[in-house]
Design a protein around this ligand. Structure first.
Ligand code: ADP
Ligand code: ADP
Ligand code: MG
Length: 679
């Protein structure tokens, strides 16, 4: 037995936090390593000690083996947990940790090396009698050998990098004529991306489901499985939603896949936590894909359905304890996980960047102990749902371009699949992550989709249902509620003497006021006047928006939460976050990004639109005009620098510069008004 009393976590974000939580619960001290981009990140704050290991690029920090080992020596850590991604499946790292006399919380180098190669893993699977996707994984890597093999496999087929991962290094070939070129390109890409140009071919399975089996192996040769996870909802071959159990498996197939995974684990001498990935075809045959020799992103759905803490199991195994059980605990209830990402599903899932102004997830536990589902042979036990949030970010976190776009995971557990989906959807609607675009609402729509609820999943689900899952323009009434909430939040904020006054608010009693916001391309104009004794900061107001007026009888705010009561006594609440002219309002599950237009522009608000706002976040490097100056159409006004490029903002039409709102050196957000020019 080896003692583990201080663990260094060689990772960042949500998984570093996740690992540290279990360490602390086991009485183990923790050490974080961090790049300059993460100096104040939540995982650094949670750790007992933290060591800087380099600048933001992972290549110069989280992937530098010696820097991680130096940090372990310096702090006296006795074990290293690699998380997922980064060095977690690097055999050299596992070996180097062992050579340094430390415990690697993961498989030994030999196991990682064998299974890290899809080619070698498929051969082990074949030897263990586990079905693999029909294909070619031979040593002869000549183009001629691939062409010959392809004839036998048939088309379409998939060319894969043996060392690939994270959905990268795969290409579909639909006809024989495309093969030779695809092989050449894939070889080059694999060599540069993974440092290994070995390729393999697989039949391209039509409409597959991705179903994987969690396994655990101890140092005494025991290997058990902890049932399956289904991860068929994917974009770019990367998982988006994962669940356990899989709605596709009957008890026989579930047992058969579990047995196959255990056979494979035994054949590979598996030690630690690992995942054996399979795809199944519509006829329900299953084929081995690969083994991930690490903790998986989606491990929480297994934890919630089996009651086991997988990080604890990893540490117990690394310490040299025996597993202590020969069979998996029964699956209880249903768990569904979503990956919350800084990305825009409406723009081909492009990553987004920005500063999070808040990061709150409504987590809740069950009302009567852990959620239970029907037990095999037993009666159903009615109990409520649980929401778990494994987030890596907090209010103020800068979401940049250096790392994965995943902010964290939200996981719901309930007695049935439908309930878990409903609990999770409601949690998504209440998540408060203003400041940047995320896939939050897209995930909520996914969970409500009839085909998802019917369990009709495959890896092309997102493409097939893209139309139905796309965002629709919000109805007028929803915009109205959000805009009213925003205006009232500004007014309520002015009631307290110490509160910040939004720029442009004039505290004139009994005067009609108006404020204009941009919401996408639309102008939202809200007029309001007091109707009660308290004047504009009193309780009673009349608001006019989109040609409709409404009377408010009471409203108040508490920090970012604002509630108001409309005429018929209908009380509503919204949350509001502001940064400069931008304001985010969460209303009825929808996040609205408003941009307040400067008062100066009214009534000719149109003149402000277009060229005079910052088209991207950046730094002001030149201001070329002053207030009062006459300018011609297209005259340069302000120069911004963003992403190492200069961008000149020009006058949309000839006129007079009425105001310049920025100075050289200012950092500006997208849509910030830089200057105002009117005729
Ligand atoms: P999981 O299989 O646990 O869902 P993913 O396949 O999405 O995980 O990968 C988990 C993390 O590891 C992601 O950040 C992914 O980008 C990264 N990753 C996995 N394998 C590789 C690899 N071979 N090269 C680079 N990154 C990888
Ligand atoms: P990675 O190492 O990048 O995770 P995998 O081999 O695990 O690569 O495959 C990732 C995903 O690609 C699968 O979940 C599935 O969606 C798709 N995929 C892989 N192999 C096939 C195949 N032979 N036919 C159809 N889809 C496949
Ligand atoms: Mg995979």
């Amino acid at each position: 037995m080896r003692s583990i009393d201080k663990v260094l976590v060689a990772n960042r974000g949500e998984i570093a936090l996740r690992v540290m939580r279990t360490c602390h619960a086991m009485g183990i001290a923790t050490v974080a390593v961090y790049s300059d981009a993460d100096a104040d990140a939540p995982f650094v704050r949670l750790a007992d000690e933290a060591v800087r290991i380099g600048p933001p690029p992972a290549r110069e920090s989280y992937l530098v083996i010696n820097a991680v080992l130096d940090a372990a020596r310096m702090t006296g850590a006795t074990a290293i947990h690699p998380g997922y991604g980064f060095l977690s499946e690097n055999a050299r790292f596992s070996a180097a940790v062992a050579e340094a006399g430390l415990v690697f919380i993961g498989p030994p180098a030999g196991v990682i090396e064998q299974l890290g190669s899809k080619q070698a893993a498929k051969r082990i699977a074949a030897r263990a009698g586990v079905p693999t996707v029909p294909g070619y994984s031979g040593d002869d890597q000549s183009t001629a050998a691939f062409v010959a093999a392809a004839e036998a496999i048939g088309y379409p087929l998939l060319v894969k990098a043996s060392a690939g991962g994270g959905g990268k290094g795969m290409r579909i070939v639909r006809h024989g004529g495309e093969l030779a070129e695809a092989i050449e390109r894939a070889r080059g890409e694999a060599a540069s991306a993974f440092g290994d140009d070995t390729l393999l071919l697989e039949r391209y399975i039509d409409r597959p489901r991705h179903i994987e089996i969690q396994i655990l192996g101890d140092t005494y040769g025991h290997v058990v499985h902890l049932w399956e996870r289904e991860c068929s909802i994917q974009r770019r071959h990367q998982k988006v939603i994962e669940e356990a159990p899989s709605p596709a498996l009957d008890p026989e197939r579930r047992a058969a896949m579990g047995r196959a995974a255990v056979e494979l684990g035994r054949a590979a001498g598996y030690v630690g936590a690992g995942t054996v990935e399979f795809i199944t075809d519509p006829g329900h045959a299953f084929y081995f894909l690969e083994v991930n020799t690490r903790l998986q992103v989606e491990h929480p759905v297994t934890e919630l359905t089996t009651g086991l803490d997988l990080v604890r199991e990893q540490i117990r195994i690394a310490r040299g304890e025996s597993l202590g059980y020969d069979a998996a605990p029964p699956q209880r209830g249903w768990a569904i996980e979503v990956r919350l990402c800084a990305e825009d599903p409406e723009r081909d899932y492009l990553p987004t960047t920005g500063t999070l102004l808040a990061a709150e997830v409504p987590v809740h536990g069950p009302m009567h102990g852990p959620a239970r589902g029907p037990e095999p042979g037993g009666g159903a036990q009615p109990v409520g749902g649980t929401v778990r949030a494994d987030l890596g970010v907090t209010s103020g976190s800068e979401i940049g371009i250096h790392y994965d776009s995943m902010l964290g995971k939200i996981i719901a557990h309930a007695p049935t699949r439908r309930e878990a989906a409903q609990v999770l959807r409601r949690a998504l609607e209440q998540i408060w992550v203003p400041g940047l675009v995320t896939n939050r609402e897209h995930l909520a729509r996914l969970l409500a989709h009839p085909a998802f609820l019917a369990g009709e999943l495959d890896t092309h689900f997102l493409e097939r249902h893209a139309g139905e899952l796309a965002a629709r323009p919000p109805g007028l009434d929803r915009v109205r509620v959000a805009a009213i909430g925003l205006v009232l939040h500004g007014i309520a904020g002015r009631r307290e003497p110490a509160a910040l006054t939004a720029p442009g608010w004039r505290n004139v009693r009994f005067a009609d006021q108006q404020v204009t916001y941009k919401l996408g391309d639309a102008d939202v104009i809200v007029g309001y006047r007091p109707t009660g004794a308290g004047g504009v900061t009193g309780d009673e107001l009349e608001l006019a928006i989109g040609g409709k007026s409404t009377r408010i009888s009471r409203f108040a705010c508490d920090g970012d939460r604002l509630w108001f009561v409309e005429h018929a006594g209908h009380r509503r609440s919204v949350r509001v976050a502001r940064a400069g002219a931008k304001a985010w309002v969460l209303s009825e599950g929808q996040l609205f990004a408003f941009v307040e237009q400067p008062r100066f522009a009214e009534p000719g608000a149109g003149a402000v639109a277009g060229g005079l706002t910052a088209p991207m976040p950046g730094k002001v490097v030149k201001v070329l005009v002053v207030s009062g100056q006459e300018v011609a159409a297209n005259a340069p006004l302000v120069v911004l620098e963003a992403m190492k490029m200069e961008h000149t903002v020009r006058a949309a039409a000839a006129g007079t510069v009425r105001a310049v709102h920025v100075a050289v050196g200012d950092q500006v957000d997208t849509d910030r008004v830089l200057a105002v020019v009117t005729a």
